[in-house]
Design a protein around this ligand. Sequence first.
Ligand code: ZN
Length: 309
Amino acid sequence: MSLDNPTYLVSRACPTCGASSSVQETSSRPPGEDESFSALEKSWFGFFKTKIFFSYNRCSNCELLYSPVYFSDEALQELYRQMPDNTAGVSEGNLRRTQNRYLKELGPEFEVEGDYLELGPDIGLLTAGVLPMMPKGGLWLFEPNVSVHRALQKVVDGTKHVISREMTDFNAVPDGTIGLCAMIHVMDHLPHPGEIVRQLAGKLNAKGRLLIVTHDESSLLARILKRRWPAYCLQHPQLFNKKTTESFLRSCGLKTFRSSRAVNYFPIIYLLKHLLFAIGMRSASNWRVWGPTIPLRLGNRVTVAVLDN
Ligand SMILES: [Zn+2]
């Protein structure tokens, strides 16, 4: 894409309420919208690079924190084609424990009545945890990254399933048939979250639940790190807190059933490394030793929602 071609950026209204009046809250210096596409592209590919992100404004009407200028759908497709693995360094065991904690938020007696739908299952860590909760029913797995499809296939072998790379059109799924729909760290990434979540709401059956994990922009970590908070990045066109998650879900025909701060399992060294990097000690990124693991509430939120009838 040419540097002087501005079509890689588009203006956005608030994804929850459609208002266009908002007040800037944070941005990189300079903000992403003032950078060339090649600078944005370089910053896109990882945590340990010069940090650039688009201005985050707070909607004057509903208080959602979102970027009023963001990548066009075409530019975004191009960038996601080479998305890096952002959990490198955290063992699969710790990722699995973290994901299983998310499922506990559904309650001890919860069983999936109907089919299961997941957006962005990656290698199927959460999917594996859901299988024992499903007495019957099939799986709809929408994963744009084709390179993980084989690993995902192994997890669901023996259960009726569809694996698709589709991420915007869910017409293949019959309405009212889904008992559980999961989106783990997906909603922050969607350029048109309302279009997606409204479709998914239509797929839920009367007892269906939606399980969402998002970064919490009102968390202590976000307030301490300010513009160095890792979730302020080019991959996140909006960021939620407890209240704005609820109003967003309401705009999609859903109501919050449960909301809590998520526990994530991390090696202590991994955390220290990222913290030191965030405050400017770049050499820390070269550490390759992992020590003991601790559970931490690290600025993520788990939300369980149901249909708002
Ligand atoms: Zn709004």
